[in-house]
Design a protein around this ligand. Structure first.
Ligand code: ATP
Ligand code: MG
Length: 578
């Protein structure tokens, strides 16, 4: 594992603070700064984010979005939102809409700079005709399989197609008729005429157009030929006057083709393509194809399942967009593939939520506690601080009464040495309220603990004893008759394998226990009026967010993240045990 540029990934000793702005420029920003200094592109910076609308955006895309919009904004430049929509079979308007909503949610705005590669189809066709006229493109009748066989390998050159030397006139005629729909799907393609012996396989007469009768979400049935990615991408960049075409490393070998297309057509604007390492996250798959499988085959509830690494999933889970931006900033730009520990992302989420989310008390698995010396029917309100990190957040009143719920795990009848929470005869503090002592344990016929009888010390109101005596634990609680019932979904990693994407079948590494639903949660009454997406810290339990499945009379929370990195603790324990 290669650590990210800032902060040690792969360890639990994560940076406490973002040291951000003082760090040197990453290699892409350094190139852009040098180009500006040299007055290349007349001092302009124009970037674009070019997703294919064939799936929802994931955290990897967020890295590219933050980079493209970020670099442009830093220099008063522009960033276009461009849909690379050249493959109607896989694309859908649902994705077009979702992608835009996600980018806005992440905090970026393209103003009126929304573009579609499909808007350039006519111009692209014209460019293709020009290549044919120049004698550098030809119509080929080989099948896809034959083309693959003729292409050669990394060690052997390719073979030229028998149709490679068709005349310009014949090629113009055939290509025009391809467009007119005279030939069946897949029966012909347009290919660039470059070099079948090139050391770079992408330069061995790549396909530029194919015939495919598919209804396009924007152009309908107007076209039955569709341009291929490399050709479309280079020319779309040029048409939009892009200066820096930032893309991921797998396109490095495509750069000569990108340049070839633009040089061959002698276009006015020739942007420079710069590649950076794509984001890989541990315990996560980041491939739209694999994510689509998870959705289609029902391993998750949808693209927005809170376990998904998609932006809609993270949003539903409760990840603040600020945390995702901080994460993208912190991992920096690398020129070589690496894997970032998912704990780095979770750390950024915790930091942001710690700063911004109000604290409330909630009990996941309630254990009834009766305070025997507290008057029946009496209710008092204790003051609780909303957010110790944010004095402006103020305080709230929390009702306290004779019957309370405590967390079942916070009681142990026969406590081991290091268990400091409630036990028979022991005194603990109830947060913001009183010291209580357990005096009796009530069990049912099966021997299960169903209730604790406790006493409280009225002199300890607010949580401290006038005689200065100490307790070793402070527990959260709710008043039984005031608390709201909620359903809580606890999420764990979707995959158990650190590198699920490297397996032939990622599904084998799925975590069977990635979702636990708890229907017994009790929450203090201050959360009565909540809206979808509201985030809270449930004291001692983690950060939780209101799920859209909530209704007026049933609350559903997603656990966004626990308070600490549980996995790191497990890893440390395993290590210590050898
Ligand atoms: P996937 O591999 O998930 O299908 P993709 O590359 O096919 O993704 P596009 O819609 O083509 O998805 O991606 C839009 C932009 O986002 C491209 O510029 C691409 O390089 C970038 N991108 C995609 N995945 C990542 C990633 N994991 N890290 C950084 N950038 C990414
Ligand atoms: Mg792609």
């Amino acid at each position: 594992m290669t650590p990210p540029a800032k902060g040690p990934a792969g360890t639990s000793d994560l940076p406490e603070e973002d040291t951000g702005s003082a760090s040197p420029l990453d290699f892409i920003r350094a190139i852009v700064a040098a180009d500006l200094a040299a007055k290349k592109y007349k001092g302009r910076v124009a970037t674009r984010f070019p997703p294919e609308p064939n799936g929802y955006l994931h955290i990897g895309h967020a890295k590219s979005i933050c980079l493209n919009f970020g670099v442009a904004a830093e220099h008063g430049g522009t960033c276009n939102m461009r849909f690379d929509d050249t493959n109607p079979a896989a694309e859908d308007i649902e994705y077009v809409d979702a992608i835009q909503a996600d980018i806005r949610w992440l905090g970026f705005d393209w103003g009126d700079r929304l573009r579609y590669a499909s808007d350039y189809f006519e111009r692209l066709y014209g460019y293709a005709m020009r290549l044919i006229e120049r004698g550098t493109a030809y119509v080929d009748d080989l099948t896809a399989e034959q083309i693959r066989a003729y292409r050669g390998t990394l060690t052997t050159p390719g073979r030229e197609s028998p149709h490679r030397d068709r005349s310009v006139e014949e090629n113009l005629d055939l290509f025009t008729r391809m467009r007119a729909g005279e030939f069946p799907d897949e029966s012909k393609v347009l290919r660039a005429k470059i070099d079948m012996a090139s050391g770079n396989i992408n330069m061995r007469d790549p396909v530029l157009y194919r015939i495919r009768r598919a209804t396009h979400h924007r152009t309908g049935d107007r076209w039955c030929i569709y341009p291929m990615y490399d050709f479309t991408h280079a020319l779309s960049d040029s048409i939009e006057d892009i200066t820096h075409s930032l893309c991921t490393l797998e396109f490095e070998d495509h750069r000569p083709l990108y340049d070839w297309v633009l040089d061959e057509l002698a276009v006015a604007c020739h942007p420079q393509q710069i590649e950076f390492a794509r984001l890989n996250l541990s315990y996560t798959v980041l491939s739209k194809r694999k994510l689509l499988t998870l959705v289609k085959e029902g391993y998750v509830s949808g693209w927005d399942d809170p376990r998904m690494p998609t932006l809609v999933g993270m949003r539903r889970r409760g990840y603040p967009p600020e945390a995702i931006r901080t994460f993208c900033d912190r991992i920096g730009m690398a020129k070589r593939e690496n894997v970032v520990d998912v704990a780095v992302l979770e750390h950024a989420v915790r930091e942001e939520l710690n700063r911004t989310s109000p604290r409330v008390m909630a009990v996941l698995r309630p254990l009834k506690v009766v305070i025997q010396n507290y008057p029946e029917g009496q209710v008092e309100e204790v003051d609780a601080i909303n957010n110790p990190e944010d004095p402006a957040a103020g305080t709230r009143k929390v009702p306290f009464s004779r019957v309370l719920y405590l967390e079942r795990d916070d009681f142990c009848e026969d406590p081991p040495k290091k268990f400091f929470r409630l036990a028979p005869g022991r005194e603990v503090r109830l947060r913001c309220a009183y010291f209580i002592t357990c005096v009796d344990v009530v069990k049912n016929d099966q021997g299960e603990i169903v209730e604790l009888k406790c006493t409280y010390d009225p002199a300890t109101r607010g949580g401290s004893a006038p005689d200065g005596r100490k307790v070793k634990a402070t527990l959260h609680w709710v008043s039984a008759s005031h608390a709201l019932v909620a359903r809580v979904r606890l999420y764990d990693r979707l995959f158990l394998d650190e590198h699920p994407g490297e397996r032939r079948d990622s599904l084998e590494a799925l975590n069977p226990d990635s979702l636990e639903v708890i229907d017994t949660c009790r929450v203090e009454p201050s959360v009565a009026s909540v809206a979808t997406g509201d985030r809270y810290q449930f004291e001692r339990l983690g950060y939780f967010c209101v799920d859209p499945d909530s209704t007026d009379d049933s609350l559903v929370f997603n656990r966004t993240v626990s308070l600490r990195d549980v996995w790191a603790r497990i890893a440390r324990t395993m290590k210590a045990r050898g």
